[in-house]
Design a protein around this ligand. Sequence first.
Ligand SMILES: NC(=O)c1ccc[n+]([C@@H]2O[C@H](COP(=O)([O-])OP(=O)(O)OC[C@H]3O[C@@H](n4cnc5c(N)ncnc54)[C@H](OP(=O)(O)O)[C@@H]3O)[C@@H](O)[C@H]2O)c1
Length: 248
Amino acid sequence: MKIGILGTGNIGKTLALKLAAAGHDVKAANSRGPDTIDPSVLANGARAVTAADAVKDVDAVILTMPLASLRDVAPLISPLPAETVVIDTSNYYPHRDGTIEAIEAGEAESVWASRLLGRPIAKAWNCIGTSSFASKGQPAGSPGRIALPVSADRDADRKVAMALVEDTGFDAFDAGSLAASWRQQPGAPAYCTDLTLNELPAALAAAERHRLPKRRELTLAIMAERFGGIVTNADSDYRVRLARAIYM
Ligand SMILES: NC(=O)c1ccc[n+]([C@@H]2O[C@H](COP(=O)([O-])OP(=O)(O)OC[C@H]3O[C@@H](n4cnc5c(N)ncnc54)[C@H](OP(=O)(O)O)[C@@H]3O)[C@@H](O)[C@H]2O)c1
């Protein structure tokens, strides 16, 4: 499959490595231009391109940048052919993204993103921490393989996103519509808790919407106390222990 990835940070780098290793034709872009992309992102064959080139002539586009930055790429994404599958990994963090009133009022983050981009999207890979994502993928059928929820409104988007999640080393679980995807947002029991396919459905069902923002902010406060600031690539075991203690 031909894939364009916008964002080469914590999550984008691992996506570029894993999807290229799985045999996909991968282009990767950041906000500053191809020359600034670290060669380690390209180690498995992904090519560094501009953002405009990344979304040209591809079957799927993966957006993996701060939620608020989706505003910058909306002009590139909105005109894409209807059949292009757009998958978003983003989460809403007000300290980084600024206050987004619609989300504060209860709109699911992926619904906000889909409205902004003016097209259907899938939401995937948003609820596994950087370190777990880079180090804990396993072949299908491995005991204890971590499962990740995938939400989408179109079956074609869901099918492609689930197949690509599997290609990155994780069981894909159909979590339903974008409107229901608040169950995989920061603060929810499924968020960064590294659950298996047996455990994930109950965790999604147990989410309590009104508790999510408070639990998200509590986690940030504890990480800031421990690391002296908010970090996005904390050690996997620490992050999972913290998430399980607060979210589950
Ligand atoms: N960190 C995690 O554990 C984690 C886990 C799951 C999901 N997420 C979510 O996934 C998203 C990415 O997280 P991350 O930790 O990978 O972020 P990150 O390390 O900060 O990387 C963000 C990337 O997005 C790029 N970018 C920003 N604006 C852009 C634009 N207009 N066009 C193209 N590229 C653009 C940046 O480009 P430059 O390199 O040029 O700055 C950078 O490469 C966030 O929404 C985050 O909440 C994060």
